[in-house]
Design a protein around this ligand. Sequence first.
Ligand code: AMP
Length: 137
Amino acid sequence: MASIFTKIINREIPADIVYEDELVIALLDINPVNDGHTLVVPKEEYADFSSIPPELLGPFFERVQRIARGVTAGVRADGFNVLLNTGSAAGQEVMHVHAHIIPRFEGDGYEHWHGSGYDTEDEKKRTAERIRNALDA
Ligand code: AMP
């Protein structure tokens, strides 16, 4: 079944589209965290960040950067977060990859995640080793 974003791309359901080209569409999030919260969506329906073909990553992020500049200027933001929720455990609800551009304003009250650290230096080293091994595999 087509994703909600494919339906928007196909003009089957309405959206506030702020940018479109042959590769991506960008639209206002229907439930914005801040004014100007924008989603950048590849037109091809890849499920998540992990499944974007490597050759699309450069062009995709070039759009994300360009659109983020436009969003920031448009709503006069002081900064922005780019988020790619990947997998339901990470809060991904729409399984058609999209980058969130969330404009940030000084004093908007949002906090970053609080880190909790590692219990021991050993545990940290083991984690780093597991990741290195996975990357070598
Ligand atoms: P995620 O949790 O990363 O999958 O984010 C999905 C986002 O899509 C949420 O922030 C929703 O508010 C947004 N969203 C869902 N349906 C629509 C829609 N029809 N138009 C615009 N944004 C939408």
